[in-house]
Design a protein around this ligand. Structure first.
Ligand code: NAD
Length: 279
């Protein structure tokens, strides 16, 4: 089977560089200078006009040596003849890309967080219109296993208060993180409630006592933290804490590459990382 030809969107970003490294490693490009046939090959790398990475070799930008793929701001040219896009950009860009992926019948792996409900509806529509989409607030294996443990604990510890704490680097622009929301949804699923009507995103001033059955969020920002998450189940005289610490963005990039390979055998539609991992 031929390698899937992959476009990295947001190539000039932190995750873009990690995604270039992950795809290049899978195709053997970084090591052998030629496609080895193991599943993915770097077809193009794209970012928005004006980004400093435009015009640079993707491999040099990602710190793995020349790959012969220049980072471009011409999205349509990048998508021509591609099979898949790995997209860690911004909500508006991911919605527009999902619509293009539907028209072109592409695999679209979306790691972008901070999407509004409207963005998520538009992305789901693209899944019905011909794109094979895998979207997740976190592509690491560890967090997806954690989510399944959280769902289980939330169901069994039905009376315990649930609080979700996250910390990320100072440059992160959305809050709570996509991962915190993913964990919140898992807890809500375990309780068979909707997260939207039970989440408490901010506490400030005279809040009164904690409302029973809610799921609280707290956000910390600073330094270069890749991503720390804790889900706390607080009950009478005891507390259970489930934690995940991301140490390198490679865990997300490898998950996204794995999702791309998995999507090759799926019908168009909208899938999650839990589908990819069979959780
Ligand atoms: P970043 O700011 O370093 O990179 C984002 C890149 O996207 C930038 O280079 C920017 O120029 C580019 N971009 C924005 N709009 C674009 C457009 N219209 N077309 C092409 N490129 C565009 O951010 P980052 O740390 O790499 O994170 C990117 C996104 O991925 C964020 O939403 C972040 O929360 C998310 N993220 C998700 C996971 C996950 O596992 N799902 C993990 C880490 C980060």
């Amino acid at each position: 089977m031929a390698d899937l030809k992959v476009v990295i969107a947001g190539a000039g970003g932190r995750m873009g560089a990690a995604n270039i490294r992950a795809v290049a490693a899978l195709s053997g490009l970084a090591v052998h200078g030629a496609v080895a046939g193991s599943g993915l090959s770097l077809h193009a790398a794209v970012d928005r006009p004006g980004t400093p990475a435009i015009g640079q070799d993707a491999g040099l930008f990602a710190g793995i040596g020349v790959l012969g793929v220049t980072i471009t701001d011409n999205l349509d040219a990048a998508l021509a003849d591609a099979d898949a896009v790995i997209d860690f950009t911004a909500p508006a860009a991911s919605v527009a890309l999902a619509q293009k992926a539907a028209k072109l019948g592409l695999i679209h792996v979306i790691g972008t967080t901070g999407c509004s409900e409207g963005d998520d509806v538009a992305i789901a529509e693209a899944g019905k219109a011909g794109a094979t989409i895998v979207k997740s607030g976190n592509f690491s294996m560890g967090v997806n296993v954690l989510a399944s443990l959280v769902k289980q604990a939330a169901a069994v510890l039905a009376q315990y208060d649930i609080e979700i704490l996250e910390m990320h680097h100072a440059k992160k622009v959305d809050a709570p993180s996509g991962t915190a929301l993913l964990l919140g949804h898992a807890a809500a699923e375990g309780r068979e409630i909707s997260l939207a009507s039970h989440s408490v995103r901010v506490r400030d001033g005279h809040t009164g006592p904690r409302e029973e059955g809610t799921i609280g969020f707290a956000t910390l920002r600073g330094g270069t933290v890749v991503g720390d998450h804790s889900v706390i189940f607080a009950g009478p005289s005891e507390r259970i804490e489930l934690n995940h610490r991301a140490e390198d963005r490679a865990i997300f990039a490898h998950g996204a590459a794995r999702a791309t390979l998995w999507a090759r055998d799926q019908k168009p539609g909208l899938y999650s990382m839990a589908d990819v991992l069979g959780l």
